[in-house]
Design a protein around this ligand. Sequence first.
Ligand code: ZN
Ligand code: FE
Length: 254
Amino acid sequence: MLNIDIVPCLQDNYSFVLHDKVTNTVAVVDPSEFEPINNFIKKKLKKIDYIFNTHHHFDHTGGNLELKKKYNPKIIGSAEDEKRIPGIDIKLLDNDAFNFGNVNFNIIHVPGHTSGHICFYSKKEKIIFTGDTLFSLGCGKVFEGTHLQMLNSLSRIKKLPKDTNIYCGHEYTKKNLEFCTKFESGNNFLKEKKNWITLKLNKKEPTIPVTIAEELNTNIFLRCDLLTIKKSLGMENSSEVEIFKKLRDLKDSF
Ligand code: ZN
Ligand code: FE
């Protein structure tokens, strides 16, 4: 079984340290910066075997080169982004699989936020690292792809087993909740979630991981096909992708 530690970085980023205790294999997912990761690693694990990058943005790869210099990990990222991911060694594509210690990971290509964005998914461990594609109660901005691509990417994540734990790249949950509530004020799951988020943040704890099941009940970006959402936007006759685009545009200026 994998041990997962959440390491806060920069303003609101999360990096993750994975440790397969059976084989003593260590990975860091999306090291935003060197310092916090190094402080964590030098205390106990003392090594990094792999870095997993979900996408090329600096707040997910900023620590790559310095960590590589000190610990010499193999850096894994999308083959599409081989020119944009600093220090990349292992270039993977959609549906590729690789072993991390005793744990098998699959790559899910999720274009939209960036064209080469990937998720790291382990069916056995019931975990997925979604970077800036799916957040708790939100999704990433559409920078390099189309809204249809982003919607399709989110749909692939939606179809994973409902007890899959989502580890995303940012602590945006509180603000995301405000947005979801604005358009779905009658959703009781959101009301419950609000109390839980406040409790967590008051204790300075992350609001992740969350399960796919929880997100399906609360994340408005995963609910664009529901008539209730369409009605609350006054867009009853619009398609799912039109609703998604409308919500993404509204969120961009929220
Ligand atoms: Zn990003
Ligand atoms: Fe980011």
